[in-house]
Write a protein that binds this ligand. Structure first.
Ligand SMILES: [Fe+2]
Length: 325
């Protein structure tokens, strides 16, 4: 006859099982949070991708895409790493906003970008250039109510003046033509869509089909803006804002994008319509009130643009990460 267990013995066994499971889950959560806050948030990473957006026969063009620095005055490791990106000697630097996370962070941003400011560059601003971060309930990200929580104003005017003084072009509701490495670009940008400052009609119109590259810039990759750029014939749109999801689940990817973009495009390159490519930078920072990143290291992106007849296109999965020492 098989041994039997009394109800009290069964209850005790069940309790032990659940107790061990809960203790294991708690330990795992503590370990993951410690890693996310203590290690990955400073695991600076250079991502590289090849995008077929140039005319047949054109020479490759290298764009360094930086975004979402969210700088505070004491983030010296980030400042040093970003400054060394100039060693890559890109043809063009594109900054898609959210540089600031502190009212006194402008000098720190300029220290980080100083060597890059000597190169041809263009920029737009994001919501965190205009307004200081504030503590938020994490549920705000998961269940966006549409209500925006903003802190006080940030010194974006000082940052803009410094960028312009160094020769970078302010593409906020502006269009320009720029010749870089012998190739003629049309570049246009909008103000931050996340805070509904975008007025695409101010830059609307067919982008010059005779240019070698038509490049659109937006901080937040809102579909309404991406559709407008695609409709006007832009080859490539660069954006930031999503932080790649900031917390990603293995096998699932970004949990949220913090905008209207679908989760699958939260980081990296993807197609937007038949002609246009989209590249979303996962950015280099976090809100100082949520300084964690998981399965989504802080990044800058080196994009090598090549002719459209070079292969059938490069899926986001073709990206690889490489550390810069
Ligand atoms: Fe951001």
């Amino acid at each position: 006859m098989p041994p039997t267990a009394s109800p009290s013995q069964l209850g005790s066994g069940t309790m032990n099982h659940w107790g061990r499971a809960m203790a294991g889950a708690a330990a795992l959560t503590v370990a993951a949070t410690t890693y996310a806050a203590g290690i990955e948030v400073r695991r600076w990473t250079l991502r590289q991708a090849t995008l077929p957006v140039l005319p047949v026969g054109a020479s490759p063009l290298r764009i360094l895409h930086i975004s979402d620095l969210h700088m505070t005055p004491r983030q010296q490791s980030k400042q040093r790493w970003v400054a060394r990106l100039a060693d890559l000697r890109p043809d063009l630097v594109v900054n898609t906003g959210d540089n600031l996370a502190h009212p006194r962070a402008v000098p720190a941003v300029l220290r980080a970008l100083q060597p890059l400011l000597a190169l041809p560059g263009v920029f737009i601003f994001g919501n965190n250039d205009y307004y200081a971060p504030k503590p938020k309930n994490p549920a705000h990200y998961l269940f966006d109510t549409g209500k925006k929580i903003r802190g006080g104003p940030l010194p974006w005017g000082d940052l803009r003046a410094a960028f312009v003084e160094h020769g970078w072009l302010n593409m906020t509701h502006a269009r320009c033509q720029l010749t870089v490495a012998g190739q003629r670009m049309v570049i246009a940008g909008v103000d931050d869509p996340h805070t509904k400052r975008d007025r695409y009609q101010r830059i609307a119109g067919r982008a010059d089909p005779a240019a070698d590259l038509r490049l659109g810039l937006t901080h937040s990759p809102e579909p309404r803006v991406l559709d407008a750029f695609a409709e006007d014939g832009y080859d490539l749109v660069l954006a930031g804002h999503t932080h790649g999801g900031q917390l990603r689940l293995p096998g699932y990817g970004a949990i949220v994008t913090n905008c209207g973009l679908d989760r699958s495009r939260a980081r990296g390159a993807s197609r937007w319509g038949a002609h246009t490519w989209l590249h979303v930078s996962a950015g280099l920072g976090t809100s100082p009130f949520a300084p964690i990143r998981f399965a989504c290291p802080p990044e800058a992106s080196l994009l090598t643009l090549v002719p459209r007849n070079t292969g059938a296109g490069v899926p986001a999965s073709a990206w690889h990460a490489a550390g810069v020492s």
